[in-house]
Write a protein that binds this ligand. Structure first.
Ligand SMILES: O=C(O)CCC(=O)C(=O)O
Ligand SMILES: [Fe+2]
Length: 302
């Protein structure tokens, strides 16, 4: 079973909510959350704006293709990412955006803080997505505070690390599973997320599956207005294995599907090596390695 957590109760440090979060973090790596500041209507609007973008003709989407700009901002075409080296590149399409820094900020030259690329064809796209990014980051921060409290780490343990997060907001579009798809083809192949916390909104269609520790898969879904959360590799490292990063995938079925994960990652220079280990692993270095391994346009030698 995937735990379901009332975020307002977690915020109030309700003992039951904390105990449920502790199980989610230490054992399962996944939960769903509800009762957040983001309403279902708001979430439907965000998902609808992504859906409208993905329905544009390919040549219009290509004007924001990230393979052309070389940053991880804008449209990622089908086959642009291979999250599992044993599988074929994913058949999903994506649209990536990040923090909007002021012009002149030197961090704009770094991949993770690169300038956003907005589709010009859709009125309101940038405004809606930028506002959602800000509010989703605030929800992610609330969740992390709750996680810290649940696993007996000081509540403010993560505060300083997320002031200018390398957060990535993505729209995922899974068309119906292509007729040509074989055993090595997935909407998104089996992977763990790279960062700390993923706050995932979906249109409510099934598709996401979480790997069980003993083998097999558990389907997870959440309607707009509720979220799936899961922990990533950096959190597992940082907590020295106390928090789990659990593999998951989307095989894809007849119905198309839209999802919107916020990959919530700390600032570039955050040391995410196990606390007290004396080692140094910069968050930005971990992320760079994982992007280079999985985005086809960033792969060394490709
Ligand atoms: O679409 C989903 O439900 C999951 C997507 C996912 O795992 C990812 O984008 O990392
Ligand atoms: Fe994922």
């Amino acid at each position: 079973m995937i735990p379901r957590i009332d975020l307002a109760a977690l915020e109030a440090r309700d003992p039951d909510a904390l105990a449920t979060m502790a199980v989610a973090a230490r054992e399962i790596g996944f939960a769903t959350i509800y009762n957040t500041s983001i309403t279902p209507v708001r979430m439907e609007l965000v998902l609808a704006i992504y859906r409208a973008f993905f329905k544009l003709p390919e040549d219009l989407k290509a004007s924001s293709n990230m393979a052309v700009t070389g940053s991880n901002r804008g449209w990622g075409a089908p086959g642009s990412e291979q999250v599992d080296p044993q599988a074929n590149p994913d058949y999903k399409q994506v649209f990536d955006s990040g923090v909007s820094l002021a012009e002149g900020d030197p961090r704009l030259e770094q991949t993770f803080y690169a300038r956003n690329i907005w589709p010009q064809q859709q009125a309101g796209f940038a405004e809606v997505i930028r506002a959602y990014y800000t509010d989703a980051c605030a929800v992610a921060m609330q969740v992390l505070g709750g996680v810290a409290a649940a696993i007996d780490t000081p509540d403010d343990a993560f505060d300083g690390a997320f002031e200018v997060p390398m957060a990535l907001l993505r729209g995922n579009y899974y068309p119906s599973r292509p007729a040509w798809a074989g055993a090595k083809d997935f909407g998104i192949a089996t992977h763990t997320d790279y960062g700390c916390l993923t706050l995932l909104a979906t249109d409510g269609s099934p598709g996401l599956e979480v790997r069980k520790r003993g083998g097999g898969w558990i389907p997870v879904s959440a309607p707009p207005g509720e979220f799936v959360i899961n922990f990533g590799e950096m959190m597992e490292l940082w907590s020295d294995g106390a928090v789990r990063a659990t593999p998951h995938r989307v095989v894809g079925g007849a119905a198309e599907r839209i999802s919107a994960p916020l990959f919530f990652n700390p600032a570039h220079d955050t040391n995410v090596a196990p606390v007290g280990s004396g080692e140094v692993v910069l968050a930005g270095e971990h992320l760079a390695r994982r992007y280079n391994e999985t985005y086809l346009h960033l792969k060394i030698g490709s």
